[in-house]
Design a protein around this ligand. Structure first.
Ligand code: DP6
Length: 324
């Protein structure tokens, strides 16, 4: 009997310029490039053990046995790289405060890519890890790296991967996550983006304008220009959500409380505070701001949200192996 085991930690990331549509469903190739910030506060720890004595893949998340329906096809990709690797046991723990309803597929598949490839005896480069993580969930391709990360869309499995833009962020930027709903999404990101690509008449304009936004946003990161980056991120997020309203049938991730948070941020901005919001495939609002002004923003948000609904997060590191 041969057994090999490895554990890895990966942090989640929040897109400032969004990925919202695939040109290849199976390989998960995006229609456009995207830019994200990896966060320190939310992460997944995953242990993978390949053992020739195992008779099936098993998957435990937060100590609960779940169907390995998403994990098994991903492990198959690792087994293609090392056909000697047999079935695996996968144990994951999500470190997201109280199941905060924040995207966990990014940290989940980035941690799984690193733990599974290492346990299978493969020593993948970060580029190849990013390509592998992408096959689990598009946003996971970016969680291999820390700080600001760009996903180059590419045209094939070979050239669609993430690159670090500013890995050790040494300027004043953070995010406040406002937790509005902890329930499962009504429309998954996978389904939502597919519907938009298939039915929104505005989709070609989204791709064109996002490509332009991305170039400007990468420049803003390099110049440490929080205001410009925030403006681009907020406008890009609103365009993504506008696509959802323009799909058939239409859908929206906004809840009344999302609009309350957005209004507070807009009002603070009119008073001279540098803060911008973004939303992903759910109602939670993330605020891009500086630590210098975060107390003032938290205090304004406290008028509408309980302290446990507001979580402060800072730039976080890339995926790494850990002892478990
Ligand atoms: C709105 O990566 O969850 O968060 O590739 O189908 O697994 P799949 O989708 P996923 O989509 C993330 C969408 C987003 C924007 C982003 O992270 O860029």
């Amino acid at each position: 009997m041969t057994s090999q085991k490895a554990s890895a930690r990966a942090h989640t990331n929040i897109a400032l310029i969004k990925y919202w549509g695939k040109k290849d469903q199976q390989l998960i190739l995006p229609m456009n490039g995207s830019l994200s910030l990896t966060l320190d506060h939310f992460y997944t720890d995953t242990t993978v053990e390949f053992n020739s004595a195992f008779t099936e893949d098993t998957f435990y998340l937060n100590q609960k046995k779940l169907d390995a329906i998403k994990v098994s096809p991903f492990l198959d990709l690792v087994r293609q790289l090392n056909p000697q690797a047999g079935y695996a046991h996968v144990i994951s723990k999500n470190h997201v405060p109280n199941a905060a309803g924040l995207a966990s597929s990014a940290s989940a598949f980035a941690a799984l890519a690193l733990a599974a490839s290492t346990a299978a005896g493969l020593k993948l480069s970060r580029r190849d890890l990013s390509r592998l993580a992408r096959r689990g969930s598009g946003s996971a391709t970016r969680s291999i790296y820390g700080g600001f990360v760009e996903w180059l869309p590419g045209t094939s499995d070979q050239d669609s991967y993430a690159v670090p833009i500013d890995e050790k962020v040494d300027w004043d930027i953070e995010m406040l996550a406002i937790i509005i709903d902890r329930k499962q999404k009504k429309v998954s990101s996978r389904e939502g983006m597919q519907r938009v690509v298939a039915t929104s008449p505005f989709y070609p304009a989204w791709v064109k304008s996002t490509n332009t936004d991305l170039i400007a946003a990468v420049k803003a990161v390099k110049q440490h220009n929080l205001k410009l980056l925030g403006q681009l991120a907020e406008s890009n997020a609103l365009r993504m959500h506008a696509l959802n309203l323009s799909a058939r049938p239409p859908f929206s991730y906004f809840e009344p409380q999302s609009l309350v948070a957005m209004n507070i941020i807009e009002k603070l901005r009119s008073q001279g505070v540098c803060c911008y919001y973004t939303l992903d495939a759910g109602p939670n609002v993330k605020v891009i701001c500086s630590t210098a002004e975060s107390r003032q923003i938290i205090s304004a948000l406290s008028a509408a949200f309980a302290p446990e609904q507001i979580i402060e997060a800072f730039p976080g590191p890339g995926a790494k192996l850990i002892e478990c």
